[in-house]
Design a protein. Structure first.
Length: 384
């Protein structure tokens, strides 16, 4: 299939202005003004008056559903491809959470493959909250090297439901991931869930002091859960230009709004290029009363990434290109997925069409129109 999107105002996420984008198969073949194209079966979309941006990248989604630590009734449901597409998300990384008993890695891998089969670009992390890690095969290294969908491993630190690994244990896990990744040309990542207990960043700096290239392989998330965590994360990121920090858009945030946390990090001196957003979608989000008591729970919404991007532009005067980068190119680069999260020649043909109010009106995923208006093109399994 070939699609020519004409006359859109393009953010790649860098602002390119009014230009055309040609997609052939699953790749972007050309980007430029007034493209002259003659291809059999070419579909031409006139996007005059609209903004064309890269498909969104979400590095942390409980695609099987999260929760469960409060009993079976607290298990969140699995996500659907349609929910991701409606949120503009064309690239997703699936994770397990605190429930390590009833949600298993083979199920996660099957769900990731389902999402890929439905036209998304999906990957996963092996393991969960636990240390020693749980794996699909004999080791984390084997999972990274032998399973194409596995980008690295997940680990919980500073969390009451975690395993409190030592500096030596975390370094050993990072080394195992790196050694496997270099053999298959992956980035090789340790994705660290940060709880509210100080201070995993001390461990990260101890590891960096050994000479291990921690910025290349460590990806901490939930970095704005507490004031102490965000300040520690900012100090960590400002040490080296390859250190990323991830702010959760639908989870606990001490400032109340993730956009405020992004603004605070930038004000502290963290380059925008080193910040990413993830939704923690389909995790369980507790609801509290005025006294801080849990009174209910909700399911994390993947749409919060897009909403936070809009808030950054509208309420914090972020340039659109910078706000977009948090959920497109920055997120893709942090994952080592150089063909995701950008509109350029050779990139995966993922794009989102926005109106002038930055609301989503259409989505292209892997070269196919996945949504137009309120109509989804994706046919969910067993939906008929």
């Amino acid at each position: 299939m070939a699609i020519l999107i004409r006359n859109a105002y393009v953010f790649a996420p860098k602002e390119l202005g009014a230009t055309d984008v040609l997609m052939v198969g699953e790749k972007i073949l050309a980007v430029g003004p007034n493209l002259s194209v003659s291809l059999p079966g070419l579909s031409v979309i006139d996007a005059s008056g609209f903004l064309l941006v890269p498909g969104f990248v979400d590095p942390h989604v409980h695609v099987l559903g999260g929760g469960g630590v409060g009993g079976p009734i607290t298990r969140a449901p699995a996500i659907t491809a349609g929910e991701l597409i409606r949120a503009g998300i064309t690239t997703v990384v699936g994770v397990l959470g605190a429930d390590v008993m009833t949600r298993k890695l083979p199920d996660l891998l099957a769900k990731v493959r389902e999402l890929n089969a439905l036209g998304l670009s999906a990957w996963m992390y092996t393991s969960s909250f636990r240390y020693p890690p749980v794996t699909l095969s004999q080791s984390v290294a084997d999972d990274v090297a032998l399973v194409s969908e596995v980008l690295g491993a997940k680990l919980a630190m500073g969390d009451a439901n975690g395993s409190f690994p030592s500096t030596e244990a975390v370094l050993g896990l990072l080394s195992q991931i790196r050694q496997a990744a270099v053999t298959v040309k992956k980035q090789g990542l340790l994705h660290v869930h940060l709880g509210a207990i100080p201070n995993p960043f001390d461990i990260f700096e101890e590891i960096a002091a050994t000479g291990f290239p921690i910025g290349r392989h460590l990806r901490p998330t939930h970095c704005a859960r507490t004031e102490f965590l965000l300040k520690s994360a900012c100090a960590y990121a400002m040490q080296e230009s390859d250190r990323y920090i991830d702010i959760t858009t639908d989870g606990p945030c001490y400032l109340g709004h993730p956009a405020a946390a992004v603004s605070a990090a930038v004000s502290c001196g963290v380059p925008v290029e080193q910040i990413t957003l993830s939704s923690d979608g389909h995790g369980v989000v507790p609801r509290f009363d005025a006294d801080g008591n849990i009174v209910g729970q909700a399911v994390g919404e993947v749409a919060r990434n897009h909403a936070t991007m809009v808030e950054l532009v509208r309420d914090y005067n972020f340039p659109l290109s910078a706000a977009l980068s948090l959920i497109t190119s920055n997120a893709a680069d942090s994952l080592g997925l150089s063909d995701q999260g950008r509109l350029e020649i050779g990139a995966c043909a993922n794009a989102v069409l926005l109106n002038q109010n930055l609301q989503i009106v259409a989505v292209v995923s892997r070269g196919q129109v996945a949504m137009h208006g309120d109509t989804l093109a994706v046919k969910e399994p067993f939906s008929e």
